[in-house]
Design a protein around this ligand. Structure first.
Ligand code: AMP
Length: 581
């Protein structure tokens, strides 16, 4: 892989990284999976949670999405799975609030557990139960389920919990907010008494504490966000963030770079794989990008740094590990392609710019679900991260014209233009002087345009308002019961546009989070039929969602929006919690 270590470089990053995960006690099959995924080092929560979980301890973890918490519990669970698994009943059960999370978490288990032959099944409402029955019948090791559907299967006798070694409650606060408390209690009653129980929650309201006290035995407690500001976290850096759907990230990065026109920028990615993919994409879009990651030899790294310093490259795409200790004077911009997994890492990254009195710029591309992590970073650093709108095509054009104008001004003030006088004079015999100038400006302008960037593409805005906790007049989610009375549980909102109108889940989430104060985390299952869509939201915010959507457009169209009628007659089994109010 990489060359022998040099005396000044006692261990190559690749060796460091293997050691970092191996030090946590993970077995070879899992280390291999992580190497393939290009994870270079454990995130803070992984470092703290993996060893006690491997030892079989119960755990209470306070951590939000984006901290790497899924791997923090998935890796030890997979390792604790016995090699010899004759029966077909699951050894691990993970309960999650939404269908999306069920799919996401089970995909993570699948990726990490491939070499161990782990059989993972997501089960959630909205999916035909027949498929789940067949899969359960064939035997599974890990079930990732929403509580309502899990309970359905337990009642039918199709999900048997007798062999469970571990139960994980993921995003427990969300599950309670969605009215799943009783279901969780009922499920835990069916689980063996001696099992390991793991609870992750972004917040720890009293109800979560109660749940933990009742079901966890002498748990290890881990808290990933810190109250204290990180020392030295005050660089002169303009900080902003853009909320953007995953699929639009490369285009958004290009757009932001075009508008910012950095002298040199470093783009941080979470994994080596992402570094390679993004470098290729950005090169394809006409940028001069170089990859830097832990899989490269010292010599390769030196070459890359040389190209950045000499200006042959203007974009460095790197992982944290590879960029450690890096000091490039030319750097003006730091871009977080993902929200970093810990505030400390954010502070560390943006410390690369804003040195020696120069102003630096830090830009973060956050997916809607990572919005909360941004808030955590703001709280820890005590600095504001402005959430900006992604520049539109029109913004970009205006900005480019400004740059051309500035370049012409500079040339008029500084350059020796005499050699060109003859051209202008001969053209003015035939054309008006202003027309000659216009043509010259046009040529100068076009020369600055990147060759292949798809600059005409409009990037959808995903607006996210400030979370309720920070908005005036709102008393906070822990006390939500007092602040806004609600019936608990969820309801479905009917939207009269579906697949035929090109509606995708992200359009609905974008419209809801953009038009209301509801966060993406509050949105439950989303079903998109040909002509309509159904979105599951907490009862308490349904009216807000309906009003918000009525006042806006989805995919450029106005839609009928109302509470879903009683749809039992159509036989659709999207109604996971039919019985519950
Ligand atoms: P989570 O907080 O579990 O939703 O994870 C957030 C993202 O970080 C996911 O896309 C993971 O694939 C990624 N991730 C988790 N752990 C690591 C790691 N140690 N290195 C790089 N990426 C990671």
């Amino acid at each position: 892989m990489s060359s022998a270590p040099t005396p000044t470089d006692p261990a190559t990053p690749a060796e460091d990284e293997a050691a970092a995960f191996a030090d946590l006690g993970l077995r070879t099959e899992l280390l291999n999976a992580l190497a393939v995924l290009g994870y270079e080092e454990p995130t803070p929560i992984q470092r703290e949670a993996i060893p006690p979980l491997l030892a079989g301890r119960d755990l209470l973890g306070q951590a939000a999405t984006g901290t790497g918490k899924t791997a923090a519990f998935a890796l030890p669970l997979l390792q604790r799975m016995p090699d010899d698994r004759p029966g077909g009943d699951p050894v691990s059960l993970v309960l999650v609030p939404t269908r999306e999370l069920a799919v996401q978490v089970s995909e993570a288990f699948h990726r990490y557990g491939k070499d161990l032959g782990a059989r993972v099944l997501p089960i959630y409402g909205g999916q035909p139960i027949g498929r789940q029955l067949r899969a359960l019948d064939a035997g599974v090791d890990v079930v990732v389920a929403t509580p309502g559907r899990a309970l359905d299967h337990i009642a039918r006798g199709t999900l048997r919990l007798g062999a469970l070694a571990t139960v994980v409650l993921d995003e427990a606060d969300e599950m309670l907010d969605m009215g799943f408390a009783e279901d969780i209690e009922a499920i835990l009653e069916h689980a063996p008494a001696g099992r390991q129980t793991v609870l992750f929650s972004a917040t720890l309201p009293t109800r979560i504490d109660g749940l933990a006290r009742k079901h966890l035995t002498d748990p290890v407690r881990i808290r990933i966000e810190r109250e204290q500001p990180v020392a030295g976290a005050a660089p002169r850096v303009r900080q902003s963030a853009y909320i953007v759907a995953r699929g639009h990230k490369p285009a958004a990065l290009g757009r932001v770079l075009d508008v910012e026109s950095p002298t040199a920028a470093i783009v941080f990615c979470r994994s080596r794989e992402e570094v390679d993919r993004l470098t290729e994409t950005m090169n394809g879009r006409g940028y001069r990008a170089e990859a830097l990651h832990g899989g490269m030899s010292q010599e390769q790294r030196d070459r890359v740094m040389g190209r950045l310093r000499s200006g042959t490259a203007d974009l460095l795409v790197a992982t944290d590990v590879a960029a450690r200790g890096l000091d490039v004077e030319q750097l003006t911009h730091v871009v977080n392609y993902d929200v970093p997994s810990a505030p400390e890492s954010y502070v560390h990254r943006i410390g690369r710019v804003g040195r020696a009195g120069r102003e630096g710029v830090a830009i973060t591309l956050a997916e809607p679900r990572e919005h909360r992590m941004l808030k955590t970073i703001e709280r820890v650093t005590g600095q504001r991260i402005a959430v900006d709108k992604i520049p539109t095509v029109a913004d970009l054009r205006t900005r480019r014209l400004e740059l051309t104008q500035a370049a012409l001004r500079e040339s008029l003030l500084e350059d020796d233009l005499e050699p060109f006088r003859a051209i202008v004079e001969s053209l003015t015999d035939e054309f008006d002087l202003v027309e000659v100038a216009l043509a010259a400006v046009r040529l100068a302008h076009e020369a600055t345009l990147p060759g292949t960037a798809d600059e005409e593409e409009e990037i959808p805005q995903v607006a996210v308002r400030a979370p309720r906790e920070t908005r005036p007049g709102y008393e906070g989610r822990d006390r939500r019961g007092g602040a806004r009375p609600r019936a608990g549980g969820t309801t479905q909102v009917f939207i009269g546009l579906g697949r035929r109108a090109g509606v995708r889940p992200q359009d609905l989430v974008g419209a809801i989070t953009g038009e209301t104060g509801v966060s993406g985390r509050d949105i439950g299952s989303i079903e998109i039929a040909d002509r309509f869509s159904l979105v599951e939201v907490p009862y308490g915010v349904a009216d807000e969602v309906i009003q918000g959507l009525r006042g806006s457009t989805i995919k450029g169209r106005k839609a009928t929006v109302r509470r879903d009628r009683d749809r039992d007659s159509d036989g659709g089994d999207h109604r996971e919690r039919r019985e519950r109010r």
